[in-house]
Design a protein around this ligand. Sequence first.
Ligand SMILES: [Zn+2]
Length: 87
Amino acid sequence: MFRRRGLTCQQVVELVTEYLDGVMEAARRARFEAHLAGCDGCAAYLEQFRITVAVVGRLDPGDVPAPVMNELLSAFRNWAGDRDTTG
Ligand SMILES: [Zn+2]
C-alpha cells in the first residue's frame, strides 16, 4: 500500500466519486492528484471507475450496482496486496 504524507490508497478510493463529481476542494484535489501521480494502483482504479461511471451514467456510489463496485474494489485490493508482497 502506497503511503506518504498525503492521502492513503484507502482515502483515494473513498474520495473517487467526490473527485469525479468536481466538488472536491482545491487543496484536497491537489493531494488526490499527487497520490495518483505516484500510485499506479489508484490511477488504474480511477480509470476503471471512470469507465464504470460511463457505463452506469451516474456518480453516486449508491447507484453503482453492488457487484460492479465489489469487483472494482476487489481488483484494487488484489493489486494493492500484490504490491505489498513484492515491496
Ligand atoms: Zn494509491
